[in-house]
Structures are given as structure tokens and as C-alpha cells.
Design a protein around this ligand. Structure first.
Ligand code: FES
Length: 164
């Protein structure tokens, strides 16, 4: 009787088996979650941190689309294309104060910054406001197909018109 009792106490009951299976599955599940997390972290860690920026070179098209005396704002590239009797030039539309994008005001014949009130002539020279420098002239040239190109990353030291 005591043997039977002892055997009963050591042998796993169906309840014990269910509990054991439960803990085994919990363990396997935890390992699977940890492995997945490690994989995701490793993939994220090893992925290159590259910031893709648009090319600084902009094709602004054929000269005949710009009337003489026009100031054309290109909001996507944040530049102005200005055509005068003496030729074309391109200005950065980014204010030299704190980098707001300026706007051409044809009714005032000037470029104005909406942020802190800097104003510029259409050749970039500052009229008033906190901007410390004029709007820079950008390198501009004609390509082999007769289209005008602007390099937004290249500021000119001296004024340079593109003749057509
Ligand atoms: S950012 Fe243009 S005036 Fe301040």
C-alpha cells in the first residue's frame, strides 16, 4: 500500500504532463520571440544609414520659356530664374538669415522673406531686414541640348549672366 502510494506520488499525473507541456511551449515561444527580436535589431543595425538627396543640378529648360524681364520661382528646387536684357541668372530662394524660402512679389518688384521680413532686389541684393547677406547667385550654364542648367550647390563669387 505504501509502495503504491509512493509510486503514485512520483509518477506524473495527466495534470503534470499538461503543465510540463505548457512550460516547454512557453520556453520555445520565448526563444522564438528573442530570436526574431535579435534578427530585427541586427538587420536594423547593419542597414546603411544613407540620406538620399536630390541632385544639386537642375535642368530649368529652354530659354524661350522665360520672357525678358521675368522672375520665375521654382519651388521644388528653391531657386529663381531671372531673365534680363543682359541674359539669365539664377538666385537661391533660401533666405540668408535663417533659411526660410523667400517669395517673389511682382507687385512690389522684390523678393520677400515671410519669416522675419528681409527684402531683396531681384538681383539678390538686400533692401532691408535681418538677412546678413544677399541671396547668392548660382552657377548657371547652357547644356549641349540648348537647355539651361543650374548648380544649386555652387554659389558664384561674381555676377555672371548666361547669354542666349
Ligand atoms: S529667415 Fe528670412 S528674414 Fe529671417
Amino acid at each position: 500500500m505504501s509502495d503504491e502510494k509512493q509510486n503514485k506520488s512520483n509518477a506524473p499525473t495527466p495534470e503534470d504532463l499538461g503543465r510540463r507541456q505548457f512550460f516547454i511551449r512557453m520556453g520555445v515561444g520565448s526563444l522564438a520571440v528573442a530570436a526574431a527580436g535579435t534578427g530585427l535589431f541586427g538587420y536594423d543595425y547593419l542597414s546603411p544609414r544613407v540620406l538620399f538627396e536630390a541632385s544639386p543640378l537642375v535642368n530649368v529648360g529652354k530659354p524661350d520659356q522665360y520672357p525678358v524681364g521675368s522672375v520665375t520661382f521654382d519651388p521644388q528646387n528653391k531657386i529663381y530664374i531671372v531673365r534680363e536684357d543682359s541674359g539669365f541668372y539664377s538666385l537661391s530662394a533660401v533666405c540668408t538669415h535663417l533659411g526660410c524660402v523667400t517669395a517673389w512679389k511682382p507687385e512690389l518688384d522684390m523678393i520677400a522673406c515671410p519669416c522675419h521680413g528681409s527684402k531683396f532686389h531681384k538681383d539678390g541684393i538686400k533692401i532691408e531686414g535681418p538677412a546678413p547677406r544677399p541671396l547668392p547667385w548660382l552657377r548657371m550654364w547652357m547644356n549641349e541640348e540648348g537647355e539651361m542648367m543650374v548648380d544649386r550647390s555652387s554659389e558664384l563669387e561674381r555676377r555672371q549672366f548666361v547669354q542666349v
